[in-house]
Design a binder for this molecule. Structure first.
Ligand SMILES: Nc1ncnc2c1ncn2[C@@H]1O[C@H](COP(=O)(O)OP(=O)(O)OP(=O)(O)O)[C@@H](O)[C@H]1O
Ligand SMILES: [Mg+2]
Length: 345
């Protein structure tokens, strides 16, 4: 995916090649989602939480799950909607699973309606019996076949499916994700009329992310040390980061990274930031390396990087001495955001 984005740097924005490259990036993103579904469910992956606008997560999910299909989707998002602090990938995955079910419940086509509004425990006489007071409530409604009373109590069970090719993991994954976020998921259905799912996510008032924050790659400057046992990744990151304005050096394991850092101490080319791969085959990995780098260069900011967002180090990175996380696969936007955020600290 990062390679396709690199290629996009070298072609005209309006060109046909750029359109194909965008399709590759999107396809890779979808494959990543599928893998994540299995990982999240089977390992119960801990969320890596950031502040998100729910509206953007909903729009991304609609784009992924309904592209090219005949079902229409109508949205109604409250203009004053609170933000949430969530694992964006997991919440998009959760919406995807429900939208795909809605689509499958209306094989002849039909209308899906998604609404999002603020919800307060003390409003509407509805009480969730959950810890927080304020939630964002997302409602996903279809006018499909509905679910009969005799099975509605089983739909969140792992491997429960009424579909010929279903895995029965869709809603079980949703349930795991939402519970890990301190939220709730409920369902109402009338056979023959349709189904509605309500998802409650704890609201977050701390920080507003704008759409342009989330979408744009920010230019930056500084000296970056990359440690990864995959040379392709080092090359790809080097090119992407150079295109953003950073200068970059790579090391294949922890020992080499420490050596490089030592060489540059007190010089003009001392590193300000390091991106360390968590697992290095046959060498020192990120967890052990971070302490050595900080001892040599106390001001260096260190990001941990891994393809396993389920690793506890990724969700508790501070406890392990890291300043931020950089989940794989990388995109230019996520990279630039993680770096400029770490450098501002
Ligand atoms: N919107 C809906 N309308 C009607 N039935 C639904 C709807 N959503 C879920 N169900 C029922 O709940 C079951 C479990 O759903 P779940 O998403 O967990 O698995 P699945 O869709 O069968 O398989 P997979 O998600 O792996 O394709 C479905 O098989 C279906 O019977
Ligand atoms: Mg499903």
């Amino acid at each position: 995916m990062g390679n396709a984005q690199l290629a996009q740097l070298y072609v005209q924005k309006e060109s046909q090649i750029n359109t194909y490259l965008s399709a590759i990036v999107k396809g890779a993103q979808q494959a990543t989602h599928l893998t994540k579904q299995l990982l999240t469910f089977s390992r119960g992956g801990n969320p890596v939480k950031k502040v998100h606008k729910v509206e953007i997560l909903i729009r991304d999910a609609i784009e992924i799950s309904l592209s090219g299909s005949k079902q229409r989707c109508q949205t109604e998002i409250a203009p004053d909607l609170w933000n949430t602090k969530v694992d964006g990938g997991q919440i998009i995955q959760n919406f995807n699973n429900i939208i795909i079910n809605a689509k499958q419940a209306m094989p002849e086509g039909g209308q899906i309606s998604i609404k999002a509004k603020n919800f307060h425990q003390t409003w509407d006489g509805e009480n969730l019996n959950l810890g927080e007071a304020k939630y964002v409530r997302v409602e996903i409604r279809d006018s499909g076949v509905g679910i009969s009373q005799s099975i509605i109590g089983n739909i969140f069970d792992p491997f429960f499916t009424t579909k010929k090719n279903g895995t029965g993991l869709g809603l079980a994954t949703c349930y795991t994700i939402i519970k890990k976020h301190g939220g709730d998921i409920r369902v109402e259905s009338e056979p023959g009329k349709g189904t509605v799912f309500y998802i409650y996510l704890p609201a977050e008032e701390e920080h507003i992310f704008t759409e342009s924050d989330a979408m744009q790659a920010e230019k930056g400057s500084g000296r970056v040390l990359i440690m990864d046992d995959d040379e392709m990744i080092i090359n790809m990151l080097t090119l992407l980061l150079k295109s953003l304005g950073y200068s970059v050096e790579g090391a294949m394991d922890g020992e080499a990274a420490i050596e490089l850092c030592k060489e540059k101490i007190n010089s003009e080319s001392a590193f300000q930031i390091a991106i360390l791969d968590l697992t290095v085959s046959g060498g020192m990995g990120g967890e052990e390396t971070v302490g050595h780098l900080k001892a040599l260069e106390p001001k260096i900011k260190v990001l941990v990087s891994s393809g396993y967002s389920t690793d506890p180090i990724m969700s508790n990175f501070k406890k392990y001495g890291f300043d931020g996380v950089m989940p794989k696969p990388y995109t230019k936007e996520s990279l630039s955001r993680a770096l400029s955020k770490a450098l501002q600290k």
